[in-house]
Design a protein around this ligand. Structure first.
Ligand code: H2P
Length: 803
């Protein structure tokens, strides 16, 4: 109860800081609340773990190089069912919970959709009562903090642990050794079995930090285990200087070390092996406590390889089965295949990791031997199956002096899934077609989903309360119940209430924009939002070109009618991705020009919010009117901001790409704005080689005028950047068909403005989007993973067994 909470809170504050509420700072109050919550859910964590153990329940382990949970306090409170009590209790003490949650630093151990998906899955897995855990790296520094200086992106370190982390628990007793380098050869042991003998290995200690993943009001607390590197006591004397020690500690210092040089690449590869090896060792150690024979491990353990970064799970698991558990190759391979599954998240070639053989051999000699043997057997087996030998060259793991991680992941997994229907289809028909012809049964689709608790219940409380009043509260447990809102699509009272909630969120964002960027925007304007990693294929440039066109229209005809719009961007560019940084600079300089031009009369505003992250997304998304999902068809595997924005009532403008197609199917053609060429047309262009960007430049005066603004001084301070963009389109033939889609994009944008003017029509479309977003709940997605891929089952009768 509220009273109990107040008593406990004061007691804890006094014990921890010897203070009363009046004297405590927000940080001290935050830590007090965090520690109180931590003690409360730790017993559930213990019970959950015991229950899995007693039931010998099969568990899934989600291996991911990225996790992007954002802040945990509010979402933990919600899931513990403490939110209202704590809010009210604190209010009684004169404390605003929002001031405390502000204190928490975003846990940003990821850079985009991939890591955020992993965290949505953690929330959903626990909320569905499923036995599933995360396994990753505890980076000392999260994704860089983005600053804009003179319009350029500057990267500052994200020292997120500097203020402590109330959620994690260091588990020294669960540390394991991970070995690198050295030499290895195989020797026969007394039983005639070949065993590896190592020399000169570097031994490092992997220490786990566990964070409870709390299920929604179900007392289930799973685990996200993140590994940190240390020098083992036995090795201390080898690293005497601070510098030597630092090189070791660097292993888990940063996410995505700069891999433009060999040292950075080596660190990256070492990171991948580090968390894979530590994770698998701890899984196998736990398995032994079940006292089941090792050849049945697949009945108790499922390991998921999230993108290619953890693909070394396959040879590492083989190593342990062969060298430590004494299995034959055939036995070990049979269980490995049953344990492993792999998700592909992109068709962009750059993300299909390949490692030079020499590097792998040097860093991980035994693992390389195992990969060689997997490859040799794959070739041998495939030769018997296929007539066309070229297929072997295209699919084998080791080729042209490189190790292909995606090939390794596919060959060693029983399931390979894409993340939206179109994406999974393209994997089968184009990108991984050869593999599909070899292993058709392994391929399947699992369309991404989002944790609607965070993205609606927590992020958008005004809308949540309208929903409660209109359709009751069942949607909070079962997002599909949002469908009931469809009964109110012509109810002006409900439409008004939804519009008022949107207004409140827009005012909130406008205040944030004023505070952080000192730009005044009017909540009466259309808030048009594009938030995602900065990447050429995601085409922030197409958005910018449209903005420039709007600006030029206003300049040519200052008194013409122009419906006010605020274009809002949030995006980080990878530090070594020069072109993405160029686009940032161009957007920022255009913003400077447009926002300060008196002719514009505030009808057009551009806001590029610095340091886009989960917390910022939680403010932007509820306030959005328009959701920009404008990647070149075929290139965006799924997208998840598209789902979050729709859920919050934004109307989508989209190409037929990724999950946009499924959003269209859910809301109907009339309630989404589709434009641009299809994936088939994209492939036709590739095949016929007939795309000519310059012809659009020559034919279309609007395109010409917009592009000239990049190089003729119209947009100041972008002499080199403007030229670079211009050249990418005209000299290098516009890799992502921006000019091809420009005209239809502009038309779709004009349609949006017309529609927005008709308030009632817009509100109805917005309602239809909210009502149909339930199908994108990550709860449903993880249930499909659980049933089809991992074969894990929810805890049964947990509460009754508890205690
Ligand atoms: C990626 C894909 C997205 C997908 C996401 C999760 C790699 O994320 O590109 O299309 O939705 O994984 O599966 P992102 O681009 O946001 O970094």
């Amino acid at each position: 109860t509220k009273e109990q909470f107040i008593t406990q809170f004061k007691k804890r504050l006094s014990e921890k800081y010897a203070m009363g509420v009046e004297d405590a700072s927000p940080t001290e109050l935050y830590n007090t609340l965090g520690s109180l919550m931590h003690s409360a859910y730790s017993s559930d964590r213990h019970h959950t773990w015991r229950q899995y153990l007693l039931n010998k329940q099969k568990q899934a382990y989600y291996f991911s190089i990225e996790f992007l949970p954002g802040k945990l306090m509010a979402s933990n409170l919600l899931n513990m069912d403490w939110l209202e009590t704590v809010e009210e209790g604190l209010a009684e003490l004169g404390i605003d919970l929002a001031d405390l949650t502000e204190v928490e630093q975003d846990m940003a151990l990821g850079n985009g959709g991939l890591g955020r998906l992993a965290s949505c899955f953690m929330d959903s897995i626990a909320s569905c009562g499923l036995p599933g855990n995360g396994n990753g790296i505890r980076y000392e520094y999260g994704l860089f903090k983005q600053k804009f200086i003179d319009g350029h992106q500057v990267e500052l370190p994200d020292d997120w642990l500097s203020t402590g982390n109330v959620w994690e628990v260091r588990k020294d007793s669960k540390a394991v050794d991970v070995c690198f380098y050295g030499q290895v050869h195989l020797e026969e042991d007394a039983n005639g079995k070949l065993k590896p003998v190592y020399k000169n290995q570097q031994v490092l200690r992997a220490v786990p930090y566990d964070t409870g993943m709390i299920g929604y009001k179900n007392n289930i607390v799973n685990n996200m285990r993140l590994w940190s590197v240390e020098i083992p006591n036995s090795e201390e004397s080898k690293y005497r200087s601070l510098e030597e020690r630092r090189t070791i500690e660097d292993l888990t210092a940063v996410l995505y070390p700069d891999d433009s040089n060999a040292k950075g690449q080596m660190t990256r590869l070492a990171q991948e092996y580090f968390f894979v090896s530590a994770g698998i060792q701890s899984i196998v150690r736990y398995y032994h406590t079940l006292k089941e024979p090792i050849h049945r491990i697949h009945e108790y353990v499922a390991i998921h390889i999230n993108d290619t970064h953890p693909a070394l799970c396959i040879p590492e698991f083989m190593r342990i089965m062969l060298d430590e558990e004494g299995m034959s190759w055939e036995e070990a391979w049979a269980v490995t295949l049953k344990v492993m599954s792999y998700t592909n998240h992109t068709i962009m070639a750059e993300a299909m990791e390949k490692w030079p053989i020499d590097m792998l051999k040097q860093l991980l000699p035994r693992i390389y031997q195992i990969i060689e043997e997997i490859d040799r057997r794959f070739v041998e087996e495939t030769e018997l199956k296929v007539h066309d030998r070229s297929i072997i060259d295209r699919t084998r793991i080791i080729n042209h002096n490189q190790v292909h991680m995606a090939h390794l992941a596919i060959i060693g997994s029983h399931s390979i899934n894409g993340v939206a229907k179109l994406h999974s289809e393209l994997l089968k028909t184009v990108v991984l077609h050869d593999f599909y012809s070899l292993y058709p049964a392994r391929f399947n689709n699992k369309t991404n989903g989002i944790a609607e608790r965070r993205w609606l219940q927590l992020a958008n409380r005004p809308l949540s309360s309208v929903l409660d009043k209109t359709i009751g509260t069942s949607w909070r447990d079962n997002p599909e119940d949002l469908q009931q809102l469809l009964n109110y699509q012509d109810d002006q009272k409900v439409l008004n209430a939804l519009a008022a909630a949107k207004r409140q969120n827009k005012e909130n964002l406008a205040a944030l924009i004023k505070k952080t960027q000192d730009i005044t925007v009017s909540p009466d304007a259309i808030f048009d939002v594009q938030i995602k990693r900065l990447h050429a294929y995601k085409r922030q440039l197409l958005n910018l070109m449209h903005i420039i066109k709007c600006y030029q229209d206003i300049k040519n005809n200052p008194d013409s009618e122009f419906y006010p719009r605020v274009f809002i961007f949030g995006a980080k560019a990878a530090p070594s991705y020069a072109y993405a940084k160029t686009i940032i600079k161009c957007i920022n300089e255009t913003a400077n020009l447009v926002n300060n031009d008196p002719d514009v009369k505030d009808r057009l505003k551009i806001v590029f919010l610095e340091n886009y992250n989960v917390s910022l997304a939680e403010v932007i998304i509820p306030a959005a009117d328009v959701s920009e999902q404008i990647s070149l068809a075929s290139k965006e595997a799924s997208g998840t901001s598209n789902m979050k924005l729709m859920l919050n009532g934004a109307v989508t403008i989209a190409t037929l790409d990724g999950a946009n197609i499924e959003i269209r199917d859910a809301v109907g053609e009339e309630n989404i704005n589709i434009f641009g060429i299809t994936e088939q047309e994209v492939y036709d262009y590739y095949e016929s080689n007939t795309y000519s960007a310059v012809s659009y430049f020559e034919k279309d005066p609007v395109i010409r005028r917009v592009l000239e603004a990049f190089i003729d001084g119209t947009i100041p301070n972008i002499q080199s950047e403007g030229r670079e963009v211009f050249d990418s389109l005209i000299r290098y033939n516009d890799e992502f068909f921006v000019l091809r889609d420009f005209e239809s994009y502009v038309k779709a944008q004009e349609k949006i403005t017309e529609c927005y003017k008709d308030k009632r029509k817009w509100q109805k479309i917005s309602l239809i989007n909210i009502a149909n977003a339930g199908v994108f709940s990550a709860d449903e997605t993880v249930k499909r993973y659980a049933d089809d891929i991992w074969q894990i089952e929810p805890v049964t009768e947990y509460s009754s067994k508890k205690g």
